[in-house]
Ligand binder design. Sequence first.
Ligand code: TRP
Ligand code: ZN
Length: 887
Amino acid sequence: MSGHTCAGGSGCPQEERVVSKNRTVYLKDYQPPQWLVDDVYLDFALQPSATEVISTIRYRRNPLAEQGDALLLDGHDMELLSIRLDGELLMPERYRVHAGGLEIPAVPERFTLEVTTRIDPQGNTSLDGLYRSGGNYCTQCEAQGFRKITYYPDRPDVMAPFTVRMTADAADNPVLLSNGNPVASGKLDDGRHWAEWQDPFAKPAYLFALVAGNLACVEDHFVTASGRTIALRIYTEAHHIDQCDHAMASLKRAMRWDEERFGLEYDLDLFMLVAVDDFNMGAMENKGLNIFNSQLVFASPEIATDDDYISIEAVIGHEYFHNWTGNRVTCRDWFQLSLKEGLTVFRDQCFTSDLHSAAVKRIEDVRLLRALQFAEDASPMAHPIRPASYMEINNFYTVTVYEKGAEIVRLYQTLLGIDGFRRGMDLYFQRHDGQAVATEDFLAAMADANDADLSQMQRWYDQAGTPRLSVRMEYDSAAHRCTLHVSQSCPSTPEAEVKQPFLIPLALGLLRADGTPLALQLAGEAEGCGSSRTLLVTEAEQSFTFVNVPEAPVPSLLRDFSAPVILDYPYRAEDDAFLMAYDEDPFNRWAAAQRLAMRTMLAMLAGEAADVELIATAFSRLLADPDLDAALKAEALMLPSESEVADACAVADPGHIHEVREQLRVRIATLLQGELESTHAELAAASGLDDLAMQQRKLKNVCLSYLLTLKTGRVIELAYRCFLQAACMTDQYAALAGLASCDCAERKLALSAFEAQWQGEANVMGKWLAVQAGSSLPDTLEQVKQLLAHPAFDLRNPNKVRALIGTFALRNPALFHAIDGSGYRFVADQVLQLDRMNPQVAARMVRALMNWKRLEPVRSGLMRAQLQRLSDAGLSADVGEIVSKSL
Ligand code: TRP
Ligand code: ZN
């Protein structure tokens, strides 16, 4: 390989690791690009282990940037074969190749650069850049994968139209795809063929995509509001082609919804979606050619659960919605990631909420936010939704940037109303279509379109941590006045010790003792208006007085979770039970149930008397409430997770928490056995894919999971019967997951029957791995270790890693936190192995070891020791950042 420069390719991974380690990128260092790109022409000669890429790119000096005539391009993990500048072959002394890229010291004002590189898709186990999955070629370029394909200014504020030509073996790769429109294709005489694609929309390199291989396709079409017909195609391996109907229907619903809700139409004549088995995340919004983790495409009632159906629809929507929020208007730099992700998550939340139950959707989103994002905000990786620095950008595709980001976008809608929010969106597109912008531009569009001063919103972008909103009520029975004293605070996080007050919309209502709502009239107002309203909390401390309040009310606070804060109000257990029964706001009925359950578990943890009767009675009343739909009952019955309980403890003992939570479930199940059994029986026949059937199955399976805590022969028999008779994956999976934590013969029978039935379906086998890794039986770690050698497991496949190792590390706290440290050691072992293949996935797993400071001393020491052990090994930048920030 002499004569070729190895720039940190597979032959010299150490070099790359050392260089990218410990290098922090700062938002404050942002500079506009020195060089702009007029157009990009890429020519791929596809071969599994040696693909040659010729990129022909026209550069022009950016008049708005600093002077200087050096061209700096990003690139690594490639072999550089040649460089031509305006046709002239450059000798090695005319340029410099280093670990992160290429520098050409003197270039003219305008020029064309032709660079030839050679890459190895087959050997690319990072699944970043051009790689192979299931014998097909595909790409993943967000955030910085394009620089593993050719040398380029790989930053989102450099936008250009792309033309892509590819040649490949025709028999192995009948399908050749890239962004935009197909413009030409043909056969070559050596058994190869070619195709050329053109994307007329200027885009950043992270939205580039190429797919080639042997793929079948389902085709449909969509007629836009303005009457254009768009061809829709979903590509997958042939044996999955009959599992794409739900994905196609979801896509059409998303296209219609974006027109109706935001007036946004699709802009090309063709929309393609490709499903691949090996993918680091959920899906990717490449222009006109979305690439999906096959888990988020394939569905039929036999292989996908109801939750899978809903997430497939949501993610198809999410990626489709990116076409406007992400692609047409993109990010200036990666610090602005939440500009597209927070906004697009908010849009997909509204989509699901409009199509299904809004209350259930809100509850599920908040459950996720509280369980994962609040924990991240309290961890060593805490960061604002617009971070000020990062070491590895891939580590910032987080629940904070996505889910908290969506909550901040929701705040605008809460403050401005649906119509005001829409005006802001319209102005945002009017101003910024075709541009790469910052979160400040979004804020300004919202403010300007509504003539509102939203400057305090900026703090949500700059300050990390979960604010605590404390409310105290004072009732003056003589004056019939009720005053709420509100104060806010926010803990220190790595980026800032002291926090400025946030703008917090506080939605609330006041309930009379008989459960009816009061009309709300603030002091100074002429009359009461409505029973629910939103106060604006802007200061560290503020008071709000309501008048004409005839009796001391129970306040229903933070309705619909009007801001991402921790609410602190001295509710008594009876208040929670009362709000569970009477609150007008379904979200707050759920929140009260969660609070009551949390209060009960915390009392049990402290060894205090816990009023289990009260919670059981409240649950029983909910179950019997004819006005409440089945899904809301199910949500209310699901106790806060072990990790949420751990977050509520100053020092967590995960073993004790698991015990107490299980104990509470057993006691509730004992008290309510009759009702749980009859509810289960009544709902047994729920069938079909409509919302009602899905909601009924959800409640039915929550009942089953409670009953199984009793572990009697009778309930095990019931669960096994449900397993055998299940007509859909929802029921089959629920029964299997329940049995997986019971030490009984039926457990083994069910696991092997499931394996025999589904061994040909990779994604279903992922569920089989996950239920075993999530089991609360004492030998779970032993089982997990054995499953590493099972043919259904593959360390190179992220779905399988998440199912087996991820479930154990992140969703099975009792076993992961085993007091002998065996869980920590196991996860560290796996991280070390994985890191050599796929740093992005390894970095997800290592997060399980982050929070040693919040554990009791024995576990704390054991976990820290594993972090230290990792830190002493050679790590990727991805894992290295998390380990170094945790220690
Ligand atoms: N932009 C993708 C989304 O819709 C996220 C994504 C997909 C991604 N694949 C990735 C991010 C790989 C980083 C690395 O949310
Ligand atoms: Zn996204």
